[in-house]
Design a protein around this ligand. Structure first.
Ligand SMILES: C[S@@+](CC[C@H](N)C(=O)[O-])C[C@H]1O[C@@H](n2cnc3c(N)ncnc32)[C@H](O)[C@@H]1O
Length: 270
């Protein structure tokens, strides 16, 4: 008999192997950033990153099916993607059974220096496919205040406006939203280097919108551990895998340091 995976663990293994140990409907939300199949190596911040494991691609059809299986009914899932992989990822997720609701486009904290520098637009946004298994409505959160004063009626007979927004746009640009990625200054300051690192505060917004405190958030491609930190920021549990030993050690260390700091000083930001 296989044991259920432990909560608040990042396993150093292939995500597909971890899936095989996870019972149906075990996780409450999926928020994950798989490799897309390009080589990300660059000379960013004078700290060349080693090539990313799985850069030649994963079996996305199987990944989509397994993601659907382990997600509880009436729950949300977010999959990072890119414009050129989007049609394939979309089809795999749909075939797996997900209802695809939106593509979120979120401003990066830095503009990528790869690709055709003279003949293509700089990529300044992350894309995420937002899916549901069954149906779940968004939580009401205090993340964004409404511009209108609380209690104001836009017209006679309309509901009075609430203090906080209950509906978010699909494009997150501008100063009121956290950026999707950290820049090189943040990475140098925290000595956490990963070529595709995401901003934990941004991930924690998605977690607060789409899950309840204490629920289990899954990321099979933890990288530097941003999803684990984001789950803790939001008071949720996490579970995930990272295949690269060096990145896995980084993720486990980052998560345990964050937990220690939070225990000493209460809720903290990175
Ligand atoms: C796009 S990055 C994720 C970055 C992460 N969101 C962060 O903020 O640091 C994808 C990660 O998946 C890992 N990876 C690739 N194939 C994998 C597999 N089959 N199982 C688990 N991890 C894998 C890579 O080593 C890489 O660190």
């Amino acid at each position: 008999m296989t044991m259920e995976p432990e909560r608040n663990r990042i396993y150093r293994m292939d995500c597909m192997e971890l899936f095989s140990q996870i019972p149906d409907g075990y996780v409450s939300m999926i928020l994950t950033d798989p490799p897309y199949g390009i080589r990300y190596q660059n000379n960013f911040a004078r700290c060349p990153h080693p090539p990313i494991a799985g850069d030649s691609g994963i079996d996305y059809e199987q990944f989509a099916r397994e993601s659907y299986r382990i997600l509880r009914n009436d729950s949300h899932a977010y999959f990072f993607t890119r414009f050129d992989c989007y049609p394939y990822h979309y089809n795999c997720l749909k075939e797996a059974g997900f209802s695809i609701k939106n593509c979120l486009v979120v401003e990066k904290g830095t503009v990528g220096g790869i690709g055709d520098l003279q003949g293509s637009y700089a990529n300044n946004a992350e894309w995420l496919i937002f899916c549901q298994k069954g149906r779940r409505t968004f939580n009401h959160t205090p993340l964004l205040q409404n511009r209108k004063k609380e209690g104001t009626r836009p017209r006679p007979g309309a509901n009075p406006s609430k203090r906080y927004k209950t509906r978010f746009n699909a494009c997150w640009f501008g100063t009121e939203y956290p950026k999707a990625t950290y820049n090189s200054v943040w990475q140098k300051k925290h000595r956490i280097y990963h070529p595709t690192i995401k901003n934990a505060e941004f991930l924690s917004w998605l977690i607060q919108i789409s899950s309840q405190p204490g629920e289990l958030i899954f990321d099979g491609f933890m990288g530097s551990g941003s999803t684990a930190v984001a789950a803790m920021m939001a008071g949720r549990d996490y579970l995930g895998a990272e295949i690269d030993p060096a990145y896995c050690d980084m993720a486990v260390k980052r998560a345990s340091e964050f937990r220690k700091e939070a225990l000493i000083s209460g809720p903290v930001t990175e």
